[in-house]
Structure formats: C-alpha cells, structure tokens
Ligand binder design. Structure first.
Ligand SMILES: [Zn+2]
Length: 229
C-alpha cells in the first residue's frame, strides 16, 4: 500500500499529479462557475472564508479513494477545512502492506477503524477506545469503502468502531444513497458525540448543513442569503 501525505494540504492527488501532468481538478457542477479547490463548491458559493475552525480531541485520519478527490460533493475535504489540525488526509492505493505512516498509526494508542461490524465480531467496539482516539475513516462511496477494507488486510487487525444504526443520513448531494449510509463528515460528527465532544459534533454537523445549502444553491447558479443575526 502506497500512501502519500500532503502536510497541511487538502488534495494529495493534486500534489502527486502536478509533477507529471496538470492537477486533478475537482469536477465542476456548473458550466459558469469553477470549483473552489479547497471546499469543492462552485466559486459563487465558496464557503472557505466563512468556516470557523475547531480543534477536536479526537484525531481523524481519512483514507481517501483516489476518485473521491475529484468529487465536489466530498465531505472529507470539508472536515479537513473545519478541523485542520486534527484531520489528516491520506490517499488509498491498492497495495498489500501499509506504508510507514499507516504502520505508525496502527501502533498509536486509541486507534480504530470506523466501520460496521456484526455484533458477534470480536473486534467490534461501540465507543472510541481512548479519550483522544485516532479514528480512521474510509472516505469514498460505500462500494469504494468496502473495496478498500477488503483489499487492505492491515485494516482488519484494528478495532472496528461500529456507529449506531439508528442515525439517518441527511446527505442529499448524491443519488442512490441508502438512508442509513452516512457520509464521511456525518460519521465524524457521530464519533465526536460518542467521544463526548458534543459542541464540536454540533458544529461539524451544522457546517455540513451549510455546505449542502451552498452546494445546491451553486448548482442552481444562486448565492445563499444568510439572515443577519
Ligand atoms: Zn472554497
């Protein structure tokens, strides 16, 4: 497994590709407006200047499918913008062994993979295992996440944090989503709640809702009018 990291950056794929070819672009959702390369929204409704950053106790590591980097509806990118110091983005590639960074993470106290597991699974856990957990999230479609899990044996050695299946997703930017299939940032918000970081969880969820409003407005070529406080 080859993982490359872009310190402080948002898009490892761009960094990798820039050496040999033009940057991988986040897909546009309108003809008129180019996507912002930080938040992914059309430049008309870019949110970057409006995001209040937080620093959570939980640390998130996003193992991101290469295709996910180009999707404007990617919510891992948004988590990195909200919580930059405690969110690390790694690009997943199909390799049998983890690279040194993932091997290092695997040895970190409190590391776990956020992934559904049956009740009888010996590594299933229902709460983060440590006050400052390291939570690995598979960032991609559910089909891609399943593939990443199956093709990365080292992930199956980690405790599996299974989120409550009673939570319904409010993600509405992709078609054919199951109501119970949470997107990356929704999963992160639930992890924060489970770790008693309720204010951060609420802020992440609220910013995610704003992101969706801005996305849909941008798609229609409108700006979002926020009421004055
Ligand atoms: Zn932006």
């Amino acid at each position: 497994m080859l993982i490359f990291r872009l310190p402080g950056g948002l898009n490892p794929l761009q960094s990798k590709m820039s050496e040999t070819q033009p940057s991988a672009q986040i897909r546009r959702i309108t003809r008129e407006h180019a996507p912002c390369l930080n938040c992914g929204l059309p430049d008309l409704t870019c949110l970057c200047g409006q995001i209040t950053r937080i620093k959570t106790r939980s640390r998130f590591v996003l193992l991101t499918s290469p295709k996910e980097f180009t999707r404007p509806s990617n919510t891992g990118r948004l988590l990195k913008l909200i919580n930059p110091e405690q969110t690390e983005v790694l690009a997943w590639e199909r390799k049998p062994e983890p690279d040194s960074r993932l091997s290092e993470l695997a040895q970190t106290p409190g590391v776990c993979l956020v992934y559904p597991a049956p009740f009888s699974h010996p590594r299933r856990i229902e709460r983060p295992p440590y006050p400052a957990p390291v939570l690995i999230l598979l960032d991609g479609t559910w089909q891609e996440a399943l593939k990443m899990y199956r093709k990365s044996q080292y992930l199956s050695q980690m405790p599996l944090l299974s989120l409550p299946d009673t939570v319904q997703s409010t993600y509405r930017l992709r078609e054919n989503q199951l109501p119970s299939a949470l997107c990356t940032i929704e999963a992160a918000a639930i992890c924060l709640k489970l770790n008693a970081e309720n204010e951060s969880a609420q802020w992440v969820q609220q910013t995610f809702e704003t992101f969706q409003q801005h996305y849909l407005a941008g798609l229609a070529g409108h700006v979002v009018k926020h009421e004055s406080p």
